[in-house]
Write a protein that binds this ligand. Sequence first.
Ligand code: COA
Length: 118
Amino acid sequence: MAGRGKEEERSAAEEKKAEIKWNEETQRFETEDKEAYLQYHLLQIADGQTAMDMVHTFVPRSKRGMGLAAKLCDAAFDHARSRDLAVIPTCSYISDTYIPKNPAWNSLVYKDEPKSSM
Ligand code: COA
């Protein structure tokens, strides 16, 4: 009986490391080690609706170019959709790279000026 190969175990461990957690207190989506994160703020917009202003995405230099920022965005946009929140893509990575590559998320993007912060 062959168990899981070393390679497979290693990639499962890598996958786990890249698991994204929601940290409600700090308003971040982050890796378990907290080194990579997407920072947002909640804003009040028109008609009593709330938006997630996604202000900053950060990935440590050694982990860039492997899609980790996109994973953080996937988690944050899924969260926004599931809670009926609009998205304000203040972070340039999100507006210039992530959304053009994932145009379906444009439907969540808020187009007017926010009214006040919460
Ligand atoms: N603005 C827009 N796009 C950017 C970018 C930026 N500041 N920095 C990198 N990108 C693009 C790359 O050109 C690359 O595009 P390609 O796939 O077409 O070649 C793509 O992002 C890489 O995507 P991904 O692997 O998901 O991103 P990453 O895990 O390497 O992380 C950042 C990207 C921007 C989060 C990371 O480079 C970083 O932390 N930079 C410093 C902080 C910063 O500038 N944040 C963005 C502004 S808030």
